[in-house]
Design a protein around this ligand. Sequence first.
Ligand code: APR
Ligand code: PHB
Length: 389
Amino acid sequence: MRTKVAIIGAGPSGLLLGRLLENAGVETVILERRSQDYVLSRIRAGVLEQGTVELLDKAGVGERMHAEGLVHDGVELCFDGDRHRFDFRELIGRTVMVYGQTEVTRDLMQARDASGATTVYEAENVSLHDFDGDRPKVRYIKDGMEHELACDFIAGCDGYHGVSRASVPEGSLRTFERVYPFGWLGILVDRPPVSDELIYAHHERGFALCSMRSPTRSRYYVQVSLEEKVEAWSDHRFWDELRRRVDGETAESLMTGPSIEKSIAPLRSFVAEPLRFGRLFLAGDAAHIVPPTGAKGLNLAATDVGVLAEALVEFYAERSSAGIDFYSARVLSRVWKAERFSWWMTSILHTFPDTDSFGRRMQRAEFDYLVGSEAAARSLAENYTGLPY
Ligand code: APR
Ligand code: PHB
């Protein structure tokens, strides 16, 4: 088999890249280790920056998002029971769209299936070869048979644990990492959200987040220690803990119910540099991870593949490598700013085991500054709704 761009991974990065390239007439094959159903069973954050919404529109998959997604003009931050709303539309004229990542993935999968482009699900033992020259290859096993895919380029969109980053020769890659000493315990519940907008809460017992998937389905999180086991958290215990961490009015209005999903996710910041090795590119979670505070993961993935698609289309249309040569530097400059924002949001909103009384006052001062200064609030607004690229 031969194609122009071999894409490893059918998460949002791989599927969106495939869609943008197919729309521009650049043929792709996607190789995905898991089944389609497995990919669609993953639950992840669902806040889309305006730029991501525009990119999904450009890709021709925005219809259901506009019909079912919820446009949010702002968010609320709550510190030890004091809640304050930040109105992004008023502050900087921008908004965000709440639409689950699972739904984005489903829309992209359906569009790809309808287009007839090849996606190989349950491709095992994917391995990358010869990307330091002009004729890269990808080998994999499907239904017990070995296959070889010849291509011009390989896009590594296979997430943090994928094979692409691991295939880069040792010594060519620099990595930067921070692992946080806590996780998020999240539940999904078929009850209306407690508020029209998201509430991020800091409390001395730990962080909490009130989020949503739709007008009838809510998503809530509480910070827990990494030693916690999900089995130790009955629904009752979860709701009790959440109520203690938010303001009184929110606690009273919470519509609780049986959870339909409950899991603990660790928090990590991670960046690999550079993001291009000959004819291999890294994009999305394969290239970088952010903690979920600020919901930048999917948005960064979208920006990466938006830039990569542009560069590859330019290569085929104009035989110019200017775009692909600039890919890594262009993407990384935006990635690091989103890393900073996610790290900062994480730092002010969580409780850390080693935070002393001075550190706690610093967190409070950050909140008071955001509330009292329009400049600080605008900075929050422009980062949350997405920096330009
Ligand atoms: N071979 C083929 N496919 C693989 C391999 C492999 N060796 N390893 C991983 N994959 C697949 C995974 O099964 C997954 O479907 O690559 C896909 C990567 O998808 P994601 O992890 O969703 O990563 P990405 O598409 O970059 O999306 C980033 O996901 O984690 C969130 O917050 C993050 O929203 C962001 C988004
Ligand atoms: C979510 O709804 O899952 C969500 C929302 C915002 C975040 C993180 C997660 O910052």
